[in-house]
Design a protein around this ligand. Structure first.
Ligand code: GLP
Length: 284
């Protein structure tokens, strides 16, 4: 299957047939994976607009994995193909104690890489405040805000090399809710590339939606690209569900999609790759 926008009927039929099967979409590289994902999101937003829904609630990640998706969403908006005027967003996580204007804060990242370039109303943007005077209250309020928005329609996510989703590091409860998390050294090390390679500059704590918060979304789409994610992708698809690879919980979701690239599939069994490719290539 190529672009989900172009293949309307086909993809709707496919969606019905494999409704409760995890979909794994394998694309050649990160930019193709990004384009497919952006088309998918656009299709969902358009569907909501055609159906006259006053809002579409979108969960969003930071990191390098979603960047090609954001670039494509911006391109499409600038080309007049999509409006985000009915979209409400909830970001996954934010560092504690980092100024919102700091170039590595997730606030800064989101405005710089997406929000400043599309027409999503500013009042519809929700990002956890890592500088709130009462962080526990901030987390509880965030959960309440998601609930009062009617829940998340589509949660987009990336994963860490250890299979963490948002900042739900290995060992996180698979039913966890939005809360404060202390980051493990490996994650700080991985993220130090954004802090001039200096791990001591990476904040120790973050606010993050929980695994349970992500799982409550009506649909969850994870973008997993690059060879450094190959081990995690194997665990998430072929391994059992375990809190040591928190993204593996996607196996329990009724509508879970993984969009990956070829380098990230290198640790999968050939049979696994063939199976998911066959499903996507079915001609109904
Ligand atoms: C951080 C974020 C995650 C993200 C991960 C991977 O830990 N909290 O939400 O998925 O980084 O980032 P990247 O896409 O840059 O590999």
């Amino acid at each position: 299957m190529n672009s989900p926008v172009a293949a309307d009927d086909h993809s709707k039929k496919l969606e019905q047939i494999i409704l409760t099967t995890m979909r794994v979409i394998i694309k050649k590289d990160q930019s193709e994976a990004g384009r497919w994902t952006a088309s998918y999101i656009i299709e969902k937003i358009r569907d909501s607009q055609k159906a006259g829904k006053e809002k579409f609630v979108l969960g969003l990640p930071t990191g390098s994995s979603p960047l090609p998706v954001y670039r494509e969403l911006i391109r499409s908006h600038k080309a007049g193909e999509i409006s985000f005027s009915n979209v409400i967003t909830f970001n996954m996580d934010e560092y504690v104690g980092l100024d919102e204007n700091h170039t590595e804060s997730y606030h800064y990242f989101m405005f710089e890489n997406l929000f400043n370039h599309i027409d999503v109303p500013r009042d519809n943007i929700n990002i956890l405040n890592g500088n709130a005077p009462d962080l526990e209250k901030e987390c509880a309020d965030y959960e309440a805000r998601i609930k009062s928005a009617g829940g998340i329609d589509l949660f987009l996510g990336g994963i860490g090399p250890d299979g963490h989703i948002a900042f739900n590091e290995p060992g996180s409860s698979l039913t966890s809710r939005t809360r404060i998390k202390t980051l493990r050294y490996d994650t700080m090390l991985a993220n130090s590339r954004f802090f001039g390679g200096d791990v001591s500059k990476v904040p120790r704590n973050a606010l993050t939606v929980g695994v349970g918060t992500v799982m409550d979304a009506r649909e969850v789409l994870l973008i997993i690209t690059g060879y450094n994610k190959a081990r995690a992708l194997k665990q998430v698809i072929e391994g059992g569900i375990t809190h040591m690879w928190t993204a593996s919980i996607l196996q329990m979701h009724q509508k879970g999609i993984i969009v990956c690239d070829e380098p990230s599939t290198l640790e999968l069994h050939i049979e696994t790759v063939k199976y998911f490719r066959d499903i996507e290539n079915q001609d109904f």
